[in-house]
Design a binder for this molecule. Structure first.
Ligand code: C2E
Ligand code: MG
Ligand code: MG
Length: 512
């Protein structure tokens, strides 16, 4: 466009000067046609210049508008629409700018990560509009607390991030600020006449002086500290330390190892014998999962069951163990029961009953010899779900036991709500039965009530002869524990049963 304008102006100067000479020489002799053509060209030139100028001005304006639009779009892209704070993208950009402007040998970058607690309840109870209004107010409260050059962002649903430059010798000031933030965001807010309140947890991390000031790395560390604060239910801000990162790496390695172990069938059943407390006769076995780790040997379920539950792998793991246990039970001479443990996390599987019934059918294992152990927490967390499972299993003839009784929150009256076949008193009561009169009184109360309801009681954790005798005297019918026999693998059971068939029925005693 500028080129066109310049050409037009060049032509104007050329034409104009020529025309002036012609006009001067033609003044006396009257206007020649060639002069008329030159005059027309000059007028055209003027029009071209005017057109060119207009077009140039329009383009300038258009470019300015486009630049403004792009600037606004970029700002919008980096801004959270609810709170008006930066979003994750804006936070990264803001922290980069902060690092360039403020971080030097004496100042380090500190990031505070804050997460609301029970925020979903506000949305559920009062609706999203109220939730949005609360987020906005929380954002405002944060901005009021932090230094002017701090970067404040809403990073996701109910998580906020604050980045700032802090004097390397006064990191405690960042902690004080995080404490103030925790206090201020969790105060009661009056939103259009409704009083709402949420809790909050906080993690803090800093880039040590002299290290790279990378927003993503420091935020990740602050988030790790936040996770730690959340699981510890910490009321104060938690600083990141490298041990947390190590634990996180170990945890993710463990998760990966569990996946591989399921694929390679490294989870195997161990069997803990259960006996009739009066006759001492063997009645059955409880199946307990073990991890036959290729390098670390035999690992306890306490290491892998909670993690498998959290990552949604307890179903396949449990199926693998029960399948092998049923397979081993085929070779047993005797109609022993097999008790299996079901985690609370498995209760939401609507096909659980069908899966278990399919397994026993495939192995030809009689349904009435299978006992499914459920804990109080899983039974009473969602009573309808539990009732469906219990009824489906009972319809197939499978028996149900309430495991670890006394450790959860259920009361004896709950026992009437579900058709249970057995109660297992937790080993924590048995461990103290001969020293603690309260434990004995509780066991007595449970066995008396269970007897009235026609439900047999199993005592767990019989570690010695005294506990064994005491459990029998207090009215428990069956028992298990190290005194009776430690958990053993399938070969151990085969061995035990072989000895039993040679030597006849014998009271089981722990000999190790
Ligand atoms: P639980 O079902 O209450 O199993 C009894 C636990 O007590 C077992 O621990 C057993 O080894 C231990 N024990 C037995 N007798 C004694 C004793 O005399 N003294 C002491 N101190 N302990 C004794 P284990 O095998 O480590 O299992 C721990 C828990 O892990 C089990 O508690 C159960 O809740 C869970 N679990 C084990 N296997 C499975 C499984 O296949 N699936 C599921 N969902 N949970 C399982
Ligand atoms: Mg159990
Ligand atoms: Mg138990």
């Amino acid at each position: 466009m500028i080129l066109l304008l310049l050409c037009a102006m060049g032509a104007f100067i050329w034409n104009g000067s020529g025309l002036l000479q012609l006009v001067a020489s033609e003044k006396a002799s009257g206007l020649d046609p060639s002069v008329q053509v030159a005059a027309a060209a000059l007028v055209l030139n003027v029009a071209l210049i005017l057109f060119g100028y207009r077009r140039y001005a329009d383009l300038q304006q258009e470019a300015a508008l486009r630049a403004e639009g792009e600037r606004r779009a970029a700002l919008q892209e980096a801004t959270d629409s609810i709170t008006g704070l930066a979003n994750r993208k804006g936070f990264a950009e803001g922290v980069d700018a902060l690092c360039k402007a403020k971080i030097d040998a004496d100042h380090c970058l500190v990031i505070i990560s804050l997460q609301m607690q029970r925020f979903k309840r506000i949305n559920d109870r009062f609706g999203y509009e109220m939730g949005d209004a609360l987020l906005k107010r929380i954002g405002e409260a944060m901005c009021a607390d932090v230094p002017a050059d701090a970067v404040v962002a809403r990073l996701s649903g109910d998580e906020f991030g604050i980045a700032m430059a802090v004097d390397k010798d006064d990191l405690a000031s960042a902690e004080r600020l995080a404490e103030a933030l925790l206090r201020d965001v969790s105060r009661t807010y009056d939103i259009a006449g409704t009083y709402v309140q949420v809790g909050a947890v906080s993690g803090i991390a800093s880039a040590p002086p002299g290290t790279a000031c990378r927003a993503a790395d420091i935020l990740r560390r602050a988030d790790i500290a936040l996770d730690d604060a959340r699981s510890a239910r910490a009321a104060r801000p938690t600083w990141f330390d490298s041990g947390m990162e190590k634990a996180l790496i170990e945890r993710s390695e463990l998760e990966e190892a569990i996946r591989i172990a399921i694929e390679h069938r490294q989870f195997i059943p161990y069997f803990e014998p259960q006996v009739d407390l009066v006759t001492g006769a063997l009645t059955g076995f409880e199946v307990l999962a073990r991890w036959q780790h290729p390098n670390r040997g035999l690992l306890s379920p306490e290491l892998f069951i909670p993690v498998s539950e959290e990552i949604g792998l307890i179903g396949p793991l449990s199926e693998l163990v029960v399948d092998q246990a049923l397979d081993a039970a085929k070779a047993w001479d005797g109609d022993f029961s097999l008790s299996i443990n079901i985690s609370p996390a498995q209760m939401s599987d609507l096909w659980l009953a069908q899966r278990l019934v399919r397994l026993i059918t495939e192995h030809g294992f009689p349904a009435d010899r299978l006992i499914v152990e459920l804990t109080e927490s899983s039974l009473f967390a969602d009573i309808d779900l539990a009732r469906n499972l219990v009824v489906s299993l009972k319809n197939q003839g499978v028996r149900l036991a309430l495991d670890d009784f006394g450790t959860g929150f259920s009361s004896l009256s709950h026992l009437r709500m579900l058709p249970l076949d057995m109660i297992k008193i937790d080993r924590s009561f048995m461990a103290t039965v001969h020293v603690d009169r309260e434990s004995a009184a509780i066991i007595k109360a449970v066995t008396t009530l269970a007897q009235a309801l026609g439900i047999p009681v199993t005592a767990e954790g019989l570690e010695d002869a005294i506990t064994y005798e005491k459990a029998a005297a207090l009215g428990a019918h069956t028992g298990q524990g190290w005194f009776v026999g430690k958990p053993m693998n399938a070969d151990g059971v085969a061995d035990l049963l072989r000895r039993r068939s040679v030597e006849g029925e014998m009271p089981l005693r722990h000999t190790a």
